[in-house]
Design a protein around this ligand. Sequence first.
Ligand code: DX5
Ligand code: ZN
Length: 221
Amino acid sequence: MSDNLVIAPSILAADFSRLADSARAVEGAADWLHVDVMDYHFVPNLTIGLPVVQSLRRATTLPFDCHLMIADPARWATDYAEAGAYNVTFHAEAATDPVAIAKDLHAAGSRAGLAIDRDTPVDGYLDLLPHFDLLLIMTIKAGFGGQAFLPELLDKVRTARRHIDTGHLELRIEVDGGVAEDTIAACAAAGADTFVAGTAVYGAQDPAAAVRKLRGIAADN
Ligand code: DX5
Ligand code: ZN
């Protein structure tokens, strides 16, 4: 699996006055740039929205992995696809018809991801996975960077990995929250192949070196 790993630094942990420089700092090391969109409603935090994504899209060659923590993804998700996002992930808890949104995203030219927050069991969503390219399992409660990793949430990764492998489905399992040098091995062992890391990358002296280190650890599992 090691050549199939994706490391996606989360720009949420970067200096917001230097977003373009922060994106470029991981070019050549990272696979995707994870962009956390929070709306002050679905989560209590407010981060960045469409105009910033549109501007940042022109500033880096990295594919964007947009993680929408917003209350009305049916209304907004395709705008991020049209802004040039490679993948757009929205939360299961915020969607009344997740499959319809996935279809809209595909029609708008992006991949579609489904996110499962800390308190949501994954089981009820397994049957929807053929419509998606990515399943994001939160390893914290969505809303803020810098929280402690919750290892018990890896049970959901194991459940999803078993389901995907036995069903011969092709989709990525992404983990997000507290992913760092001391936790990424457990994520990979549980079956994740796509890793978001905010603090562990942008809190490091050399963000690109931090990405390479994380990839090395994940690849050993
Ligand atoms: C939080 C976001 C994460 C966040 C992770 O809700 O979805 O992407 O940036 O930050 P760290 O890696 O610091 O936990
Ligand atoms: Zn995220």
